[in-house]
Design a protein around this ligand. Structure first.
Ligand SMILES: Nc1ncnc2c1ncn2[C@@H]1O[C@H](COP(=O)(O)OP(=O)(O)OP(=O)(O)O)[C@@H](O)[C@H]1O
Ligand SMILES: [Mg+2]
Length: 246
């Protein structure tokens, strides 16, 4: 996926200014920046929910101007269907695509297994913890086999331990499915731990300040989060985010 010269206004206000970047297939890219700098707006443009006035987004050689199944979206606000149980939620998109019940439940079950919810298929959404709901939302998106996963602060409502666990989980899933990921996050730790590269945004108008490659190897053990190298990155990001507020 790539963005080329994306500029977007809401009314008179310039929100995104001349944003260009590339996400290589299989890469994990995070977007980080101060609140209100336009991260969610940018993700909405990538998802095709929102069109820029100038510039283009391309995916697999085609211009993005509407939502598409090759781009799976997971937002913080999960919007799971409370009247459906776990497996019905995950299989919902397949049902809309007229995949027959046996096949869609088989695929949904495999995806639930992948996100660690094996055996919870028949549970009501209301009975699940926040972390489990987030897993259901992830499975629901992944079951459609998107080429790229667009996530907007998917873990921000979770407690620290659940969040850490889900980050590890997400890396495993991505390794198995070979999905490209673009993640918007407020967490510097999350961005460093998960990403191959991080887009650092500045605010008013939202623009890309810097693209930083995170060179921590392909296999990220959770223990990497306390390594000296990790902390060097962290310091760097903290300094730069501070200056982007000024
Ligand atoms: N639909 C809209 N109409 C008008 N202005 C909007 C709209 N959506 C967002 N904005 C404005 O665009 C700017 C960027 O908002 P956006 O939600 O993209 O920021 P963000 O970086 O995701 O912030 P946060 O980190 O708080 O989630 C803000 O100034 C916001 O007020
Ligand atoms: Mg946002």
């Amino acid at each position: 996926m790539s963005a080329d010269g994306v500029t977007l206004r809401f009314g008179e206000e310039l929100i995104l200014e001349n944003i260009s970047f590339q996400v290589r297939e299989g890469d994990f890219v995070s977007i980080i920046g101060p609140s209100g700098c336009g991260k969610s707006t940018l993700l909405n443009v990538l998802a095709g929910f929102c069109r820029p006035q100038t510039g283009t987004v391309e995916m697999e050689g085609r211009k993005v101007d509407q939502p598409g199944t090759e781009r799976g979206v997971v937002f913080q606000d999960l919007a799971l269907f409370p009247w459906l149980n776990v497996i019905e939620n995950v299989a919902f998109g397949l049902k809309m695509n007229r995949v027959d019940k046996r096949a869609r439940h088989e695929r949904a079950r495999a995806m639930l297994h992948l996100v660690g919810l094996h055996g919870r298929e028949a549970e009501r959404i209301q009975n699940l913890s926040g972390g489990m709901r987030q897993r259901v939302a992830l499975a629901r998106t992944l079951v459609m086999e998107p080429a790229i996963l667009l996530m907007d602060e998917p873990f921000s409502a979770l407690d620290a331990q659940t969040r850490d666990d889900l980050q590890v989980e997400l890396l495993k899933i991505r390794e198995q499915l070979n999905t490209t990921v673009v993640l918007v996050t407020h967490s510097i730790d999350e961005a460093i731990y998960l990403s191959d590269s991080v887009l650092l945004m500045k605010t008013k108008p939202g623009r890309i300040e810097e693209v930083i490659d995170v060179d921590l190897g392909d296999i990220r053990q959770p223990s990497i989060r306390t390594s000296a190298r990790f902390n060097e990155y962290k310091q760097y990001f903290m300094d730069h985010l501070k200056s982007s507020h000024q």
